[in-house]
Design a protein around this ligand. Structure first.
Ligand SMILES: CC(C)(COP(=O)(O)OP(=O)(O)OC[C@H]1O[C@@H](n2cnc3c(N)ncnc32)[C@H](O)[C@@H]1OP(=O)(O)O)[C@@H](O)C(=O)NCCC(=O)NCCS
Length: 381
């Protein structure tokens, strides 16, 4: 074997083939199965996008009605799953709960393939539907409320808000929540999706592959970034303090959360759609503080990055936390919402991985000591 190239963080390394998602990092474009994210987020529901990701094409009306019915009827939780959420230690974090519940859910799937630990996940849509109910139920129980049966007549996003609030959201809010799920549903070989594929490549179950992906999404460089953006805004406090804060952040070479991306060399197309949602919700609620601060940070930071020849622009997380905030969703649910959406992409990738599977097994550059004589314990210093 010749000398192998090493790329820290696997940057530029091609780790597989996929027909699910195309990202044009230079042009700032994103496509699921060939359809642009702008069109999908304005025209399609999350359920339609789940179908698109899993089956590779947009559904006809007839097919969609059946699919949506199937997805919606898989929303309700088994009482033992509710019990598990109730029993989760108070100090546990919601992403840790989602990760644990995901593996536990596999025991409650209705349609297992006979004589196999494998579930027929494309058919049952069990995990995709349940994750939203798990996240909403976690919120409800934490707030001293009871489990609420999901509604069959609402979209995935609107039902999620309904479960959090106990009342139906207005149609604009339901639509925005659903579109946020569309925007987060898929994004190529990112860290969590790659994790899902690595685990799937060992022929593990989709539940365990997804549980591993949730663990990867948990980190603040991935799904935890919008919480950090929210903290940043809370620390800054008001728009008049932004200029001093940005100056200090650059002096101290601090990362500005919600900015930068491994692939995008321009503004993330999802952040543009998110910005529009934030504008709409700010106008509707009269709450402009976050929007004003984010716009000002962006205006000040962008030329500073450009002057250093760094292509760092807002990513999807820059505006998303503030959108959720205006939908009255608490910060601790931001990352779980990302998982509720991205599970669609994870599942599509797991299925694709299984089609032409070869187990992942990269190499590493050894930097440890050369062979050396063993020292018995008495001789060690
Ligand atoms: C997304 C992210 C993890 C991509 O990481 P990456 O491709 O490994 O890029 P790096 O972290 O190596 O950054 C490359 C350079 O840009 C700088 N940089 C990247 N993102 C930055 C940010 N948000 N603020 C300030 N500087 C940033 C790094 O400090 C580094 O500078 P250096 O070359 O002088 O050391 C990174 O941009 C980041 O940490 N962003 C903030 C967290 C975030 O928003 N994550 C959500 C992603 S959707």
């Amino acid at each position: 074997m010749g000398e192998m190239a090493y790329a820290k963080g696997l940057e530029g390394v091609v780790a597989g083939e996929s027909s699910i998602c195309r990202i044009d990092g230079e042009g700032g474009r994103l496509f699921y199965r060939g359809y642009s994210i702008e069109e999908l987020s304005s025209e399609s529901s999350f359920e339609e996008v789940v179908y698109l990701l899993l089956y590779g094409k947009l559904p006809t009306r007839y097919v969609f009605d059946e699919f949506s019915q199937r997805m919606r009827s898989a929303r309700a939780l088994h009482p033992k799953v509710v019990q598990m959420i109730r029993n989760f230690p108070e100090g546990g974090k919601p992403m840790e709960l989602l990760q644990s519940v995901m593996a536990y859910l596999s025991g409650y799937v209705e349609h297992r393939i006979e004589h196999s630990s494998e579930c027929n996940c494309r058919q049952t849509l069990h995990q995709v539907s349940q994750l939203a109910t798990v996240a909403a139920t976690y919120y409800r129980l934490k707030n001293g409320q009871d489990y609420l049966e999901p509604r069959m007549d609402l979209s995935h996003g609107a039902n999620f808000l309904y479960m959090l609030r106990g009342r139906e959201p207005d149609p604009d809010e339901g639509r925005i929540m659903d579109a946020c799920l569309v925007l987060h549903a898929e994004h190529g070989f990112n860290a969590s999706t790659f994790t899902a594929r690595v685990v799937a490549s060992t022929l593990s179950t989709c539940y365990c592959s997804i549980a591993a992906a949730i663990g990867a999404l948990y980190g603040s460089l991935h799904g935890g970034a919008n919480e950090k953006v929210f903290d940043m805004l809370e620390r800054i406090g008001s728009v008049d303090k932004v200029e001093a804060w940005v100056g200090k952040a650059f002096e101290e070479a601090q990362k500005i959360m919600g900015m930068g991306h491994r692939i995008y060399r321009t503004k993330d197309p999802r952040s543009k759609v998110m910005e529009d949602f934030l504008k709409a919700l700010s106008a509707k609620t009269g709450r402009h503080e976050h929007l004003d601060m984010l716009k000002k940070i962006e205006q000040l930071a962008t030329p500073k990055f450009e002057s250093k020849d760094k292509k760092i622009y807002p990513n999807v997380d820059y505006y998303s936390g503030s959108v959720y905030h205006l939908l009255d969703i608490p910060k601790y649910l931001f990352a779980p919402i990302f998982a509720v959406a991205r599970i669609a992409g994870w599942l599509a990738h797991i299925l694709e991985q299984r089609e032409g599977n070869r187990i992942f097994r990269p190499d590493s550059v050894y930097t440890g000591p050369g062979e050396r004589p063993y020292e018995r314990m008495e001789a060690r210093t």
